[in-house]
Design a protein around this ligand. Structure first.
Ligand code: SF4
Ligand code: SF4
Length: 335
């Protein structure tokens, strides 16, 4: 596994890190097997979040024996200093460590929100205090807006930024990635497989690792996925012209309005598994994997047509997707 310095930090991270969303769906024992395989195969950067239910606890239980050899990274949605201070203490307890290597302000989405976290009494104050107290070492920010990530870089207040760059969401290459590199700020690639939209996983990871991202953090919930991703980390070679053409074709298939499976819209009060339903729709409509999609849809209790259009999910989607309308369209299409 190749390693790289994460920006100006002292963390020499494996180029393939571990994204902590999918282990939420595993038992503690199953998560232990996947995390153990990641450790065994050289992954040393593990990223979780307070918002990922028991992901931090699973990492804490499985990784505490390897603490000296790995970097722990997590994040929280709290926007005020007292609330974030509590979150940091909870993360420390969950992760079974005395100190967290990287703590990030999670999913900062608008200029007003950025102003709030950086203003008096804002969450950034808690990061600085926790660093002074030796509870965390490096400070980061995550988000889906290029404007916000750029402002965070320009502020000089953060050591890392985390954002969704992949062969479908390439707009980050214009300004954001060059600005981060110039400022010596670590770049952490979330959603490297565009939430499952990209079929050629190794090609996507190579794309990101050869275009300015220090570390990619695909979510993993099976040892086979760990093996596949780790193979890329051993030698992330630039893509050939033919591989780039194939990825460009995937980009045109998906356009901009598709679900990246971040799960921020969940839970749905009507019991719909929103990201999984959109994955089924995508595979049915864009890849024509109709039998695969219909078999999975049949196994679900709540389907597209069960969306009550209550709108509760709408403000939670960082991509501004018109979820109820998309459900209605998918109900007509996937039959
Ligand atoms: S609009 Fe539909 S998908 Fe969204 S929360 Fe309401 S019922 Fe669930
Ligand atoms: S609909 Fe939006 S919030 Fe929900 S999983 Fe998809 S991208 Fe994320």
């Amino acid at each position: 596994m190749q390693k790289r310095m994460l920006g100006r930090t002292d963390m020499n991270v494996s180029v393939v890190g571990f994204g902590g969303i999918p282990i939420q769906g595993l038992s503690f024992e199953e998560a232990g097997r996947v995390l153990g395989k990641a450790l065994e195969r050289g992954i040393n950067f593990f990223d979780s979040a307070r918002a990922y239910t028991d992901s931090e606890e699973k990492m804490g239980r499985s990784l505490s024996g390897a603490r000296g050899k790995i970097y722990l990274s997590t994040k929280a949605l709290s926007r005020t200093a007292p609330a974030l201070a509590e979150e940091i203490d909870t993360s420390i307890k969950n992760l079974r460590t005395g100190m967290i290597d990287l703590y990030q302000l999670h999913s900062v989405g608008s200029p007003a929100e950025l102003e709030r976290v950086l203003g008096p009494g804002g969450a950034y104050e808690a990061l600085v205090e926790a660093r002074a107290a030796g509870k965390i070492r490096w400070l980061g920010l995550t988000g889906h807006s290029r404007e916000i990530i750029l402002k965070a870089i320009e502020s000089g207040l953060f050591d890392t930024v985390q954002f969704p760059f992949n062969p479908i969401e390439t707009e980050w290459e214009r300004e954001v990635i060059p600005a981060a590199i110039k400022a010596g700020i670590g770049t952490i690639c979330m959603k490297p497989l565009a939430g499952g939209a990209i079929q050629n996983h190794p090609a996507a990871l190579r794309f990101e690792l050869t275009r300015g991202m220090d570390v990619v953090i695909p979510g993993m919930d099976a040892v086979e996925q760990v093996e596949e991703n780790v193979r890329v980390g051993a030698k992330p070679a630039p893509l050939t012209a033919a591989e780039l053409d194939a990825l460009a074709l995937e980009k045109t298939k998906w356009g901009e309005t598709f679900c990246r499976r971040c799960g921020y819209c969940m839970p749905c009060p009507n019991g719909l598994n929103i990201p999984f339903l959109f994955l089924i729709d995508g595979y049915y409509s864009r890849y024509e994997l109709r039998d695969w999609a219909l078999a999975r849809l049949a196994a679900l209790e709540k389907k597209f047509g069960d969306c009550a259009a209550c709108g509760e999910c709408l403000p939670k989607c960082p991509y501004g997707l018109a979820i109820p309308d998309m459900m209605k369209e998918a109900a007509k299409r996937v039959v």
